[in-house]
Ligand binder design. Sequence first.
Ligand code: 48F
Length: 261
Amino acid sequence: MDIENAISAAIVRSFGNKLLENLFVDVAIVGGGPSALVAARYLSQKGFKVAIFERKLAPGGGTWGGGMLFNEVIVQGDALDILDDFSISHKPVPEAIGYHSLDSVEMASGLIFGALKAGAKIFNSVSVEDIVFKQGRVGGLVINWTPVERLGMHVDPITVLSKCVLDGTGHPSEIMRLAVDKAQIKLDTPTGGIMGEKPMWVDSGEASTVENTKQYYPGLFACGMSANNVMGGYRMGPIFGGMLKSGKKAADLISDFVSGD
Ligand code: 48F
């Protein structure tokens, strides 16, 4: 076979196999931001089959740009064990005891690498446009290529089934919104709907991001800013300890849920 054809065949076969093997997974994660990548690593390490579907070409979500494109972020001391587990470097902030700064590009790339190396699969440039909702339970995702979505092309999607879904879509809580609007699901919130993110309050937002990481409906979990938006927590800007701890908590909760299924 000519090398031109061999290269094409290898790519088509490898991608085809990867997608086929991930049409049914234990955990389907929407969005490849920091909280989702942490959840993906720990769930994969526990032996679960995990696939992340990320709309953008590059996973990493809001990590890359640091604060206002200054490519540094802050993490609190109680989340350093997670950074260390991913071999991501950090240094103490002289002005604030207990806080550490780190290079946002190292953090984004380190989280992606750590999730992949643990066994999670990442499908980038793939947008989740709907959920599978059968017998009163969220059971998968409806996916399409991001360029198809962006160009508004009239192309039907395909479906991925899963034992549960983790909404890691960040500030818009896209999957929770779909669940409320299209499946008329009542979420486990004070109103049954999405409470909506509040303005900036760093300490409160960081704590509530972790508290709000939970199962909102059978088979439907939220982490990171998505969880905070669903429950009406405060935003916190370029500090990421809460995101990392949210991902770890999501992995623990989902592990219990899938194991007891
Ligand atoms: O927002 P994002 O980084 O998720 P996160 O884990 O982290 C939030 C922080 O980055 C930052 C913050 C920290 O203090 O406030 O904002 O909550 O990443 C969310 C990812 O989900 C993707 C989106 O492209 C982004 O990379 N995403 C959103 N909707 C969809 C999606 C969708 N429908 N399908 C696929 N990917």
